[in-house]
Design a protein. Structure first.
Length: 97
């Protein structure tokens, strides 16, 4: 009886898998610059809410230099920007870690 259960293959259901989002994220990652990667690393290891000023200080750069990179991650849904606070989406962050 044990042998029969070992032979039986598991079926995989991909209906719940958001492949379009995965492809978009992979394309985004492939186009990141060195500055973007530094920012991504800082975001992944920071709290879910980060002051924009604190983020620029941690990366030793001016806030205006980070804006193009921030916009890339906002477009992917990883971040939202509310005034001077950046909020990281917890579920999206799991994808990038």
């Amino acid at each position: 009886m044990l042998e029969i259960s070992l032979i039986k293959k598991n079926k995989i259901c991909l209906e719940d898998y958001n492949y379009k989002q995965d492809i978009e994220n992979r394309l985004l990652i492939s186009q990141l610059s060195a500055r973007d990667l530094e920012l991504l690393q800082e975001i992944l290891y920071s709290p879910l809410k980060i002051a924009f000023r604190d983020l620029s200080e941690a990366l030793s750069c001016e806030e205006k230099e980070l804006i193009p990179s921030i916009k890339k991650f906002i477009k992917s849904g990883l971040l939202s920007f509310n005034g001077s606070v950046i909020t990281v989406d917890k579920e999206k962050r799991k994808y990038f870690t």
